[in-house]
Ligand binder design. Structure first.
Ligand code: PLP
Length: 410
């Protein structure tokens, strides 16, 4: 048997049926009309935002990085919950605007913005987080052509990274942002060109579970923003401190304690340099806000034995939930939390089973030698932590199976 990550503690059951947002998993699958399906509980998302606001200094803005989950009904909810959206493509710009987010509260990062995406962003009045000198040149030229004053921030490739980060996005040579030693000159150039300079965007990494690592990174980020602003000789309207808050996917992981981060950040902001006195600070979070709120439900199509091992074969797989198969940003496959939704809380069978998807590739493994109650065809498998980087971060077209359903509850 191999261990699985922890099921988020708030998931309960009624008569053996997993409840998501108070609804039985089987009824949700009926309501959706078919499996597989992603269910996102907006009560959990709202609780995350509330918990974060309770511990963070009141002047801090909370932004949602919509690439984590851009499902339209979820985005519409998020507009009312957070202070802004961070987007990373022209497509996400359309989604953010369609959800009702104000362009004033949208910022657009991403290393390969095409001219048409820059033009759409400048026309809409969203802030571009510039990733390079070349992008700045194009953005300024496009703004002149459109007769608009562009809102431009400088994304800095910091000279440090987030310790214990699952995915490093700063420190060393990177396609993201402009190196810290060139950032001030670029900001000066933007200001001199007559653009509306919006400040700094400094994102150092993702998926950290150690509060001390995040505290260190935020302190280093504020110090860097201070140093760069002094070099420019101007106060940045906004410093986007990045995010990097992780969630416990795997055995041995525990939930990130955000309280010490809030205390340290309040302290750091209270003692900030005068050049940042009027600056607005923001955190941009994706998975921490939505990841734990999602469950992927897939139905058992077949159960078979091969050379003494039992395989549970489902109608879902890595084409919907790539991350759970261990093929998205992880080197070794480790088991996400998993359960049989209609046998929730039943004791495990004597022998472990391997849960696979329906794709004809050995990569499509959702649970490797996991302890589950005795499984039958027709049962519903629940894979937790499916709220972020699921449906839209998976190769949906691979092997021609239908797309998953998605719904929000709560
Ligand atoms: C992906 C990304 C995020 C969100 O990361 P999470 O790990 O989901 O919180 C935030 N900011 C930027 C610039 C990103 O690229």
């Amino acid at each position: 048997m191999k261990p699985t990550g922890p099921i988020p503690p708030w998931f309960t059951s009624e008569e053996g049926m997993l409840l998501i947002g108070g609804c039985g998993a089987a009824s949700l699958a009926d309501e959706a009309g078919d499996t597989p399906l992603f269910v996102y509980d907006m009560n959990i998302v709202a609780a995350q935002v509330r918990d974060l606001r309770n511990v963070m200094p009141p002047e801090l803005s909370i932004h949602y990085a919509i690439k984590a989950n851009p499902f339209a009904p979820l985005l519409e909810h998020m507009v009312g919950l957070v202070d802004g959206f961070d987007i990373a493509s022209g497509g996400e710009l359309e989604m953010a605007l369609a959800a009702g987010q104000s362009p004033d509260n949208i910022s657009f990062a991403g290393p390969g913005k095409r001219d048409d995406e820059i033009a759409a962003a400048v026309s809409a009045g969203v802030t571009l987080n510039l990733e390079s000198e070349g992008e700045a040149t194009r953005a300024l030229a496009i703004a002149i052509r459109l007769g608009r004053q562009p809102k431009l921030a400088v994304r800095v490739n910091p000279d440090f990274d987030l310790r214990g980060s699952g995915m490093r996005m700063g420190g060393g040579a990177k396609p993201f942002g402009i190196d810290a030693d060139q950032a001030a000159a670029l900001a000066r150039r933007i200001i001199d060109a007559g653009a509306d300079w919006r400040g700094w965007h400094i994102f150092a990494g993702s998926q950290a579970l150690d509060p001390l690592a995040l505290i260190e990174t935020q302190a280093a980020t504020i110090a860097l923003a201070t140093r760069l602003s002094k070099e420019v000789g101007a106060s940045p309207p906004i410093v986007n401190l990045g995010g990097g808050f992780g969630i416990p996917y795997f055995p041995g992981d525990s939930r990130l304690d955000v309280r010490p981060i809030g205390t340290a950040l309040a302290d750091a902001l209270a003692n900030r340099a005068p050049i940042l006195a009027d600056t607005q600070f923001a955190l941009e979070l994706g998975r921490w806000l939505v990841g734990e709120a999602g469950v992927y439900l897939t139905r058992v199509v077949d159960v078979k034995d091969s050379q003494g091992e039992r395989f549970v074969i489902t109608d879902g797989g890595m084409h919907h939930q790539l991350a759970a198969s261990g093929n998205f940003g992880t080197v070794v496959k480790r088991n996400y939390p998993i359960a049989i939704a209609n046998r929730f809380g039943e004791p495990a069978a004597a022998e472990p089973v391997t849960v696979v998807g329906c794709l004809c590739t050995p990569l499509d493994r959702l649970g490797d030698k996991v302890a589950l109650p005795p499984v039958q065809v027709g049962d519903l498998v629940a894979i937790f932590l499916a709220g972020a980087y699921g449906a839209t971060a998976s190769p949906a077209a691979f092997l021609g199976h239908p797309a998953s359903k998605e719904m929000i509850v709560g």
